[in-house]
Every structure is written in structure tokens, then in C-alpha cells.
Design a protein around this ligand. Sequence first.
Ligand code: MCN
Ligand code: CUM
Length: 806
Amino acid sequence: MNEMTPPKTERAAALKGLGSARKRVEDARFTQGKGNYVDDLKMPGMLFGDFVRSPYAHARIKSINADKAKAIPGVVAVLTADDLRPLNLHWMPTLAGDKQMVLADGKVLFQGQEVAFVVAEDRYVAADAVELVEVDYEELPVVVDPFKAQASDAPVLREDLEGNMEGAHGPRRHHNHIFTWEQGDKDATEAVVGSADVVAEEMVYYHRTHPCPLETCGCVASMDKVNGKLTVWGTFQAPHAVRTVASLISGIAEHNIRIISPDIGGGFGNKVGVYPGYICSIVASIVTGVPVKWVEDRMENLMATAFARDYWMQGKIAATKDGRITGLWCHVTADHGAFDACADPTKFPAGFFNICTGSYDIPTAYLAVDGVYTNKAPGGVAYRCSFRVTEAAYFIERMIEILALKLDMDPAELRAKNFIRKEQFPYQSALGWEYDSGDYQTAWDKALKAVDYEGLRREQAERVDAFKRGETRKLIGIGLTHFTEIVGAGPVKNCDILGLGMFDSCEIRIHPTGSAIARLGTISQGQGHATTFAQILASEIGIPADDITVEEGDTDTAPYGLGTYGSRSTPVAGAATAMAGRKIRAKAQMIAAYLLEVHDDDVEWDVDRFVVKGAPQRFKTMKEIAFASYNQAIPGVEPGLEAVSYYDPPNMTYPFGAYVCVMEVDVDTGEADIRKFYALDDCGTRINPMIIEGQVHGGLTEALAIAMGQEIAYDELGNVKTGTLMDFFVPTSWETPYYTTDHTVTPSPHHPIGAKGVGESPNVGGVPAFSNAVHDAFRTFGLTHTHMPHDHWRIWKIAHDLGLHG
Ligand code: MCN
Ligand code: CUM
């Protein structure tokens, strides 16, 4: 038997476990068009809902007349706030402790706001009826500027809060003010900034944009009146949380609610929040007794569901003459739109923005964030953001560049000089985080060497000379970034959403023949969980990944979890998976020892089996053990082989990376051509290098979009100017450059397999890299800072303002 046993490496490779570039199991159905998305659901008698939306950003509603709409054949109902009021569902709580109108109650506060919900026998009839609902609006003054919103004579946006100066996050100091959030030491920081050799000061704006997933948001609600059970299929990134919230809001017992997230065509944070469409569909199904589907169109998605960013970040960074950073001061004005519907952990109204000291050992820091209401769509945390970490990384990586200019120092050198050093981990940051692990200098050196940084700087200088001689109209920009992220919310002691601690879970069942199913509290939206979670397990329990089904997203079967966002699946559910796997292995060890007639301690694990110590010819494979667990009566051991783990991580994980973007900028057309993009990511132990590369490519492309053109822009009347894909930039293969990916591996010391999250890293690091490249191209011509997005017109304008057009 012994001579038949393949060598360890062969057996390990057959498992396709940790580190294997296993192909995505999901792709068999996706590439054949056989995915099952919400809009693919068809049920007998199903009705369709569609919204009447406000054309105005701020207006009083004097009357709504739905008579003409109701007269069209096929229209079943038209719901307004008056219909929802008796159920107390005309407003709903938001994740940020605010409340939001489900249907306009007396007034509207942003363009595209939901005013009435038409329910009809088909989608087209519903759309026709929407056009016939007559709403009489009286326009009110509009505020789209968060600074003007705080003027003493600014119009009162939230009349429902009038006189209520106590908000969900402490006192409000103005009728359009939501909260102030402070971190760090104000006095000490102001003293450092006040007496420093050098201080760089700037207003860094990270404009409003939108995650714009290919599949928009939607759901099908089905109330089974016979069994009293409500089932909702939806594009939900956190199905269990939706179930609990639905139960609390509707009064339906939680066991009578089943939430199912089917295949999701991209989430990017857009599908974390709760939208009026969900509530209206549920109510409509309860009222009509048949399933009701609501799926928004592209314009509705861009205009009304969770936007991203819109942070005005005023910064001061202080340093010694030789470039040692001594302090960081930051004040953020956060434009939250009409309702604070930001999806942050409860205690963090500005997410994890206090990671804004970045990769640097900054001894003193202070941060204050003021949330403000305006006449824009609500939302706020979405789009590969790691809870505002993308804003934080953009802020610090711009401030570093601006400081380098002021010091007349190379920005690569300035960064290296201030890195948190390897031996300082675990590192306590001035704004309250404990970074788990990192080796920034190694990553930085590797990146600079890979792109030949010195050579690039020489070439850049030569180009500037040639430009000045009139031989070329193109400049070279070198965009550097070293980012540190914080992902894996999170420790239950300080992270919850609506009171639900942010643990996650995994439940494993091994079948008699040695294959398995694992169910998790997370939900993939394209990240490849069915592929990668099986790999974690394969290495833990010695069953090939190909023999393990991973199932997520059905609250009737999956263990309770908080869902997928904030790159938390690997740090939290991935840890739960490893821990559940270890429980399986512990039981398997007892079974193996019994079968081999030795003591438990006399067997040891060997890839896919337990072997008797010192007698390698005597072993039991996991397949044999699995069968034995179902057919042997083992004293003191329960039949079957199952385990469940609920994992509360002791800390978050701190992935990091070094990105370099090399750009050719045409001074006369404003075109920016990306010549090279190098991305080194360190996400600790790598589960599947191919999936990581895919995550990085996708996130970089979104970063390219954001930095180079994509925005949700409003005019002064609050009209959304970028509500279609004609105006809202989504890169195609044409605009997407070639990316070079690389890595270092610094494991997380507290994660069972040492893995950190990676899904959002490329956005967090990518945006500053692209933006810094644009800035760097004009560095020698006196550009300090300019706002994103850097579309052709804006780049042309920089050149123009710098007098480069002669
Ligand atoms: N991974 C790995 N090794 C690591 C870390 C991660 O192989 N050390 C793999 C994981 O196993 C997983 C993937 O990379 O298959 C992403 O894992 P993780 O970083 O834990 O992130 P999540 O699974 O929690 O995904 C969320 C993250 C977020 S918040 C946004 S926003 C985003 C992103 O993922 N949305 C996405 N990537 C996306 N990719 C797609 N295709 N679609 C989205 O909507
Ligand atoms: Cu902030 S976007 Mo992701 O956390 O779903």
C-alpha cells in the first residue's frame, strides 16, 4: 500500500488548495450565459413595480393624482406615502442612524427621489403609468454645495429634524449639519503644525462618483399568505442583515422571512444599503398576494442609489527641513446628500477614514469630519472603498506629494524616509489603529526597481527639456503611491451594523463519500468565493477543492453572517472557514486513531490523511475517515462529520501596496496615455493568485475611471448631469491599459491562515497613483494640486492655466 501512496507534493497539488491558481468554478455558468440573476426570476402571476421620481432636487409636493395612471388596463395599484403611513413604512431607518423617506412625504430632497410606486401586470405598462401620475410640485431653493449648506440662512432641508439638535452621532450645530466626528489630539497637532519647519496645506477634493455595477439593484418579493412566509430574492451584499432589518421594520417574525441573493452582477458596495424599491415591493406583494419584481434602470441606478465619495479634505502636513513628518491635521466636509444613508459600522460615521496617516509613522495627528445634508442622493459608502479608506489614501498620498514639492524632495525618498518600519509592527497609529503587520520598505524597493524609477526620472527630465525646446508636446508623469488599508471589520467589540456584531461564519458538512458542502455568511458578487473558500478548506481538511461545494446567500440555509463588503470575506469568513475546517480535522483525528487502533496523539496529519507516527504505511485518508464517521459506532464520538465556526476577528487586517503609474500627457489635447502601470500588492497569504490578479485588474480599471473621468456631477439646480453611460465614464478595453502585477507576502499574525483582504486594494491605491501621475507631469511647471477627475478637458485646462499653450 505504501508504494502506492503518491508523494506529498503530488497529493497537495491534487487538492488545489492554498496558493493554487485554480480556475473559477463559477465561470462555467457565467460564460455560457447561464447565471441566475434577480431579473432572470420569473414567477406565475408576478407583477412589476416602477417608480415615479422627482424631476426636482428640492420641492414641496402639493398633490399627487394617480387617477389617469390607474385607468390604464393592467395597472394594479399606485402606492404613495399616504398608503405606507398607516403601516409606518413611509420612512425607513438608515444604516447610519438617520431615517429616509421610502416615498416622498410632503417634499422631495433630491432629483430622482422616489415619489410613487406603480404596480402593474407588466413592466412596460408600469412604465407607461408612471408617466401619467400627476404630481404638483412647488420648487424650493436648492443646496448642492456642502459649504453653502452650512450658512446661517441656508434653506432647511430636513424639516423632519427641525429643532432636533441631537443626531445619531452627537450634537448637530446647524439645521443641515449631521455630525462631527473627531479623532486624535487636536491641541498637540495644532502645536506641531504651528511650529514646524515646513507645512504643506491643501484642500483635497475626492469628487462624487458611483459604483455603477453592470447589474443594477433590484428584487422580487413574494408573500406566501398560506404559510405566512415572505421570500425576497435581491441583489443583497448582506442577506442576513436584510432579513433582520426586514423583520424589525415589518414585524414579520424572522423565521418567516427568507432572503436569497442569487448571482450578483457586481456589487462594489452599491448593494449594501436598503432602498425604497425593496420596501415597496414587499408591501406590494403583501397587499396583492402575488410576487412583485422591481429592477431599476441605469439612470435610476446612477441618480438614486448609493453614490460614493464626495469628501472635501482640508489638510495640513508638517515636517522638519530634512523631510521627517511630524504631524498631520485634517478636516473633512462630507457631503451625504439628503439622508445619511452611509453604510458604516455604527461607531464610525466617517468609516475608517482615520487610517489617513497611511503608511507613515506620523507621531501626532488630528482629524475632524463634519457630515452635511445637501439636495443630492443619499448613500455614501460604496465603490471598493473599505469604508472611506480610499478617500483617506487619496488624501495622504496627495499630501505627501505636495509636501515633497514644498521640500523640493523626491517623493519616493520622502515616503521611504517616513515609512513605518518593519520592526515597529504591531504599530499603534496616532489616530487609533493597531496595524497588524507590514514590510513597506521591501515592497517599495521592489516596486521602484521593477519600473526603473531612476531611469524614469531621467527620461522625464529629458522630456521636459525637449518640451522647452519645442521638440515635443507630451510630458511624462510618474505617479507614486504607497497605501495601507484596513479591512476585515471587524472585531465585534468595536464594529457592528445596526447592533449586529460584525463576525462571520462557516458551516461544513462532509458527506459519507468524502465530498463536502460549506456554507458561509458572506455572498460573492464576482469575487469568486465558490472557488477560493473551497481552496482554504481543501488545505485544512485534505479534501480536493473540486469536491467541495461552496454555498452562500440563502438565509434559510447559510449560517448567520454580516455579508460581503469592506474586503471582509477573507479576513473574517475566510478565518471562520479555516477554523471550521480545523474542527473537522480534530474530529477526523479521533476517528482515524480509533480505526488505526492507536492513541489520538499517535497519529499525525499528512496533507490528506492521518498517518501513524513512525509507521507511514499505516494511515487513513480523509475519504476513509468520512465514510467511517457515518458507518462506525465509535465510542465517545458522535456520528457524522460536521462543524460550524462563528469567527470574531481579534483585529482588522492591514494589506498594503506600492503602485507606480507612468503616463504621457498631451499638453494640447489633454489626453493621458498610460504607458505603464505597476501594482505590487501585499495581502498576506495568497489563496488564489489568479483571482487576486483579477481583483487587482478590475479594481485598477475602476480606479482609472474615477481618477480620469468618472463623476456624478450636479448643476446648481440639483440636476444630475451624468445620469447615463453617455456622460458617466465606464472604461472599456479601449481605455484600459496593460497592468503589471506583483506581490510580497507579509502574513497577518492573527488570521488563522495569515490572509488579508485584497478586493478593494487596487481602488484604494489606484486612484492616487493615476492622479499623482497627472500632477507629476506638470510638477516642474508649478502645479501643486488640482481636482479630479482628470478628464481631457481638465488636463487641457491645467496646461492652459500654467501658460503651456503659448
Ligand atoms: N483572495 C485571495 N487571497 C487573499 C485575499 C483574497 O485569494 N489573501 C481572494 C478571495 O478568496 C476572494 C477575493 O480574493 O475570492 C476577494 O476577497 P476579499 O479581499 O476578502 O474581498 P471580499 O470577498 O470581501 O469582496 C469584497 C470586495 C469589495 S468590498 C468590493 S466593493 C468589490 C471587490 O471585493 N466588489 C466586487 N471586488 C469585486 N469583484 C467583482 N468581480 N465584483 C464586485 O462587485
Ligand atoms: Cu465600500 S464598497 Mo465594498 O465595501 O462592498
